[in-house]
Design a protein around this ligand. Structure first.
Ligand SMILES: Cc1cc2nc3c(=O)[nH]c(=O)nc-3n(C[C@H](O)[C@H](O)[C@H](O)COP(=O)(O)OP(=O)(O)OC[C@H]3O[C@@H](n4cnc5c(N)ncnc54)[C@H](O)[C@@H]3O)c2cc1C
Length: 410
């Protein structure tokens, strides 16, 4: 997108790629369907960028989600909106998005160098101006504007191996240490053994994360799945940022999370609903009755967690039984130990400090002619199309201003 914007603004552009093809991460994005942007309004977009969303304000004004949708429509790629504003190509294929970008690059006569890892950035003698890049084999490319868009360091097989951090450091930038985010959360092994829930998915639940002092850090709504390591899926992904940052602050220790299976109901309403169901069917066991309320596999686990015998009918339950069950449904405790590692994360948190990048142009404040875009920056968003939106928006802004600089307009 940076190369496209620069070419559209009249620059002669060369796109240098380490791998043997472009857009490998784009191709696997959105489960191979590429959730290319999100249709929500700007304030909601910013809210879904927990890692320095406000920094993206100007850039999203310059080239935001509506522009991304129009951009692809003008290239003949229709997008469709799914739940929670997520936008996908109508074809349901990430390749459609990538092919559109590739043919537009060709149309704009952007030259592409494949299999060419950049080794380092070139600076002038005063280390004040970026003059180009060095490739392997002592080959040098000189330019008035260099956009570094080499990504973070998650899923390294796609080419994003964190190469850009050392270059940014050499240019005088601060690197906020990279960390995994939008990633699965690991649960205590004992808890996992106690409840064999692997593979069970839950819809529209709420997950809350607490710090070790018991303070609520976030409550996230969405779907979730139990896995062999703990919990995954959109709601867990959204919480992962808070698990990582709490452990950065308090040390690697077990944190408490709670699962609300009925976010739309108060505890009292839920208690009343269970009681009224029990009264309607006085001869049915609690376990059987709950089948209309909860996924089958969850019922014995929930009952076990509060030590309640599900084979009893309502009349034979202890007095505290149903309220305790409602409590467990509204706040089932899952002790968590951390997250999966950075390599397995959907997104890299941390990166080039945004304090040293001009948000209006994406140009480095330390080095003239050097621009940053995408995941290399200390900006990270929730899943839902927000990360590619950040990448495309910052890429477009960076490319546009790099071209203006190269053409002597800035
Ligand atoms: C499995 C998965 C699914 C995802 N799904 C979605 C989704 O549906 N929607 C969404 O919004 N976000 C999604 N994301 C996140 C999103 O894909 C990234 O945030 C986005 O691709 C970042 O773009 P980027 O251009 O900054 O970096 P990247 O896409 O990582 O691209 C960096 C490029 O730089 C190249 N490069 C690296 N080092 C060098 C070097 N030394 N020299 C030359 N080239 C180099 C790499 O080979 C690569 O091609 C997903 C991520 C993953 C891992």
């Amino acid at each position: 997108m940076a190369a496209i914007a620069a070419a559209r603004h009249g620059a002669s552009v060369m796109l240098v790629e380490k791998g043997n093809r472009l857009g490998r991460k784009l191709l696997i994005s959105g489960g191979g369907r590429c959730n290319v942007t999100n249709a929500k309004e700007l304030p909601e977009l910013i809210r879904n960028i927990p890692g320095n969303g406000k920094f993206m304000h100007s850039s999203l004004h310059n080239f935001g989600n509506r522009d991304i949708i129009r951009f692809f429509e003008e290239l003949g790629i229709a997008l469709k909106e799914e739940d929670r504003g997520r936008m996908f190509p109508v074809t349901d294929k990430a390749k459609t998005v990538l092919d559109a970008l590739l043919s537009h690059l060709a149309q704009l006569q952007v030259r592409i160098l494949l299999d060419q890892p950049v080794k380092r950035l070139l600076f002038d003698a005063n280390a004040a101006i970026c003059q180009g890049v060095e490739l392997q084999g002592h080959r040098f490319l000189y330019s008035h504007g260099v956009v570094v868009a080499v990504g973070g360091c998650s899923v390294p097989k796609t080419g994003s191996t964190g190469d850009g951090y050392a270059w940014a450091k050499a240019a005088g930038h601060t690197i906020v240490p990279p960390f995994p985010t939008e990633v699965g959360i690991t649960a205590e092994p004992e808890w996992l053994q106690l409840y064999e829930l692997q593979g069970l998915s839950l819809r529209d639940i709420e997950l809350t994360v607490y710090n070790p002092k018991g303070k609520k850090l976030t409550t996230e709504f969405g779907d979730m799945i139990f896995t062999h390591f703990g919990i995954s899926g959109p709601a867990a992904f959204r919480c992962s940022h808070y698990v990582v940052t709490a452990q950065q602050k308090f040390g690697r220790q077990t944190l408490q999370t709670t699962l609300d299976l009925f976010p739309g109901l108060s505890k009292d309403t839920l208690t009343q609903q269970i009681v009224s169901l029990c009264r309607q069917h006085p001869k049915k066991t609690l376990r059987n009755l709950l089948k209309s309320f909860l996924p089958d596999r969850l019922i014995p686990c929930l009952l076990q967690s509060i030590d309640l015998d599900g084979n009893r009918t309502y009349d034979h339950l202890p007095k505290h039984g149903v309220p305790a069950l409602a409590d467990a449904c509204k706040a089932w405790a899952i002790p968590v130990t951390g997250t999966l590692p950075l390599e397995q994360a959907t997104v890299t948190g941390g990166g080039v400090s945004i304090k040293e990048i001009d948000p209006k142009t994406m140009q480095s404040k330390q080095m003239q002619g050097l621009f940053f875009a995408g995941e290399i920056m200390d900006v990270h968003a929730h899943t839902g199309g927000y990360n590619i939106t950040v990448a495309f928006s910052s890429g477009y802004t960076a490319g546009q201003h790099a071209a203006n600089l190269a053409k002597g307009k800035e």
